[in-house]
Design a protein around this ligand. Structure first.
Ligand code: CP3
Length: 348
């Protein structure tokens, strides 16, 4: 089979498939013992991201261990942010810590738009190694979206209420625009370079866009994402784009105006509700905690999602957010097999 006819790429384009393809957000992560061992060897998570040989090895673990239909590049949305000139550390139990946090115009002025070929060559090298080894399944590249990245930069890390980010957004529109413009350029060049290095499709993570009201999202975040998507479609018209965020039910109609191919849904967004609002292919949306339920319950939930997904233009199965570190890998494998089996059955 030619790679361009792989079910994930077909589903993204809205073509019929024999079964529903599946991958899992954070599929190369801490729930896997092999991942934990390799991370130990690398010393830290960021070191692992910077080592093409190990990052490629980690990327391919879930293909073997749980049988997913695609690999996702092992990296993090904060990797390019580090190359803009902000220190990024992952502190155990606290998540990412960014220093210094951006406060004023001068802080933004000194931020650089990284040249991927120079500054992020290790990511592109990772992609090339993966593509040499993975011939029968697509590789997903990814980036954060400007709003989600700006929130980390302005908050200095994860946040509950986004006070620093929203304050800048409302009180200092020029500072906001200049930061968001730099991030848009960064993301455009970064994703474009990933596609040129071999990524078969890309996902834009606007994980935290749901904290904005529809009006604020349309004014302060959507235009920048739109600019990125339009430029990517111009440069790489054949490469499907997935757009994902959590708690973003109220933004579905707005995001349907993006020229993306697939919209990722979290587990609280009901598929019929989404299909009344969007005409793109969908991705999702099992609750990550459902993998702690017994197999019969998982099967029931999967069947419901698959049935509803058949009404979409195309459906890529996934969890509604990242797989949790406490998950039993056997359950992840069971999920993949169940999606394949039931989705074939339903097409009977
Ligand atoms: O999906 C994959 O397997 C690909 C790799 C990937 C990671 N992060 C690896 C990772 C991807 C696509 C991401 C995206 C990412 N990173 C997002 C968007 C997706 C989402 O979750 O909404 C965000 C917001 C981040 C920022 C980030 N990275 C946080 C908040 C954390 C800490 C969270 C935690 O669980 O401790 C990370 C760390 C991180 N990124 C890990 C992995 C495997 C855990 C690192 C480790 O301790 O080994």
């Amino acid at each position: 089979m030619e790679l361009k006819n792989h079910p994930i790429l077909k589903a993204a384009r809205g073509e019929e498939t024999d079964y529903t393809p599946v991958w899992i957000m954070r599929q190369a992560g801490r729930y896997s013992e092999r991942y934990r061992k390799i991370r130990e060897k690398a010393g830290s998570f960021m070191n692992l991201c910077r080592n093409p040989e190990l990052a490629a090895e980690v990327t391919l673990i879930p293909i073997e261990e749980i049988g997913v239909d695609a690999a996702i590049l092992f990296s993090d949305i904060l990797v390019p942010v580090e190359k803009m000139g902000i220190k990024v550390e992952f502190v155990e139990g606290k998540g990412p810590v960014l220093t210094p946090p951006v406060r004023n115009f001068r802080d933004v002025e000194v931020l650089k738009v990284p040249d991927p070929k120079e500054d992020l060559s290790y990511v592109l090298e990772t992609i090339r190694i993966i593509k040499e080894r993975l011939v029968d399944r697509p590789l997903i590249g990814f980036s954060g979206a400007p709003f989600t990245l700006a929130s980390y930069i302005l908050e200095g890390g994860s946040s509950k209420n986004y006070i620093a980010a929203k304050s800048v957004m409302w009180n200092d529109k020029e500072l906001w625009d200049s930061l968001m413009t730099k991030l848009s350029e960064t993301v455009t060049e970064y994703l474009s370079a990933q596609i040129e290095a071999g990524a078969d499709l890309v996902q834009i993570f606007d994980s935290w866009m749901g904290v904005l009201s529809r009006e604020d999202y349309e004014k302060y975040a959507f235009p920048y994402t739109k600019r990125i998507v339009n430029e990517l479609k111009k440069r790489h018209p054949e490469t499907p784009i997935i757009h994902f965020g959590v708690n973003a039910q109220h933004l579905l109609e707005v995001n349907n105006r993006l020229r993306v191919d697939v919209i990722g849904l979290d587990w609280k967004t009901e598929i019929p509700f989404a299909l009344e609002r969007i005409d793109k292919s969908i991705q999702g949306n099992l609750d990550p905690v459902a993998l702690f339920a017994d197999e019969r319950t998982i099967e029931e939930k999967v069947r419901k999602i698959l049935k509803e997904g058949l009404k979409a233009r195309g459906h890529i199965f996934n969890l509604g957010h990242g797989i949790l570190p406490q998950t039993d890998p056997k359950k992840a494998r069971f999920l993949v097999e169940t999606v394949h089996r039931i989705s074939r059955e339903l097409r009977g």
